[in-house]
Write a protein that binds this ligand. Sequence first.
Ligand code: NAD
Length: 471
Amino acid sequence: MKRIDKLYIDGCWEDWTGDMIEVHEAATGQVLAAIPAGSREAMEHAIASADKAFAQWSQSSLDQRLDVLRQLLEQLEARGDEIAEAICREVGMPLKLARQIQAGLPAVITKSYLKMLPDFPFTETVGNSEIQYAPVGVVGCVTPWNYPLHQVILKVVPALAAGCTVVLKPSEVAPLSAFLLAEMFAATDLPAGVFNVVSGYGHEVGDVLIHHPKVKMVSFTGSTRTGQTIAHAAADDFKRIALEMGGKSASVVLPDADLKAAVKGTVNNCLLNSGQTCTALTRLLVPADKHDEACELAREAVAKMTPGNPLDENTRLGPLASAVQRERVLDYIRLGIEEGATLVCGGTEAPEGCEEGFFVRATVFADVDPQSRIAQEEIFGPVLCIIPYESEEQAIEIANGTLYGLSGAVWSGDQERAKSVAGRLRTGQVFVNGGAFNPLAPFGGFGHSGIGREFGKWGLEEFLEVRALQL
Ligand code: NAD
């Protein structure tokens, strides 16, 4: 078991002698590590350090910021295997994928900012005014467990590039990569206090961070419920907020689509990271006369997702990240059966040979009522709902018929028709005929899925205030 008894504050590893939080290995349920539970004092110290460091870092040159980000990128690339294994164990994503996504994507994002920053207009001229983009101030970053380093990097890299200083409160379920990140920053020329990590529970140290008057912005990724708490807290002193929250994304298969490709693409997307993905396509909308064929295709696609220990190179479906999450997902599977949906495959038994750890069978429900709870609420597990529709209008209405709006997909033999339907979806991104994920495109949600955007220039602008000098 790895015992991390230090917090990274003001450029130093401070000894921690207080309560600890146990981190579990997803595939076995055994204790993998222990991390500090943090405290009000530790969080206040970190915020004071970030506030002190802001005076200097906000005035640093772009070259200085780029140097630090280049050094960070070297570290991310050199330590990729270590990052992938830590996240594979704590979250449960198969190692091969964890290398590409959990460790690879943070490097891709850092690179994208290194490329974009030299051309970003930190000042512009409009008529007789000079428009200046100034860093917001101390940023509190609060992050979840499903893509633990990716979600941190998406905030920290643009925040530092903007000239902000950061206090990170990582997820208590999957915190290990946040400590690796602090080690990586410690090996760069980043001045003391610009980046700080205080681990602990959300309602304790997280609560101190989101209410602190010296914190000028909270950038959050996580559940919609916590996002609401943060929005309320921010209202007290008008903090900026960026919220990336849940989803219940629809994959709309139009009658002229390649049904096989659409179902396969949707199932693979839905089951990525065992369904613990905010953008997961969890509702598959198919023409009523193709419903039964779609069910059969979904069953075949699911059968290829071999469950097992995520460290095993043959595994395609790992466990969930925690016992709490497994119980939540199993409750939804029971609910789906009670609500009268047809169970195509999966169920509440653990997959064969996976009785230890937090495993849940990949589960497909068919003939799902679009108003039922399994079709409306985010399950955050390997559960797909197949919903039949009668007309394109009805499909669009069903797709838009939840509180969320994070992602979506449209499939059609006619790209223009697909784009026209995509343009009517009330959601932050739409994959048209399996279009590839683009780390330069803005990412974020409509409605209860979020406020603000991450990635690319949109992600940078979140951390900038606008000032006009009238000349
Ligand atoms: P969560 O909201 O429980 O926790 C997220 C973070 O918030 C954790 O660090 C937690 O400690 C902290 N937190 C919890 N309560 C808090 C409080 N009262 N004050 C301050 N901080 C608090 O979410 P989770 O269970 O870790 O993550 C899963 C959720 O995240 C899902 O709903 C998923 O859709 C969402 N998510 C969204 C995106 C996105 O970009 N839109 C990405 C990944 C995950």
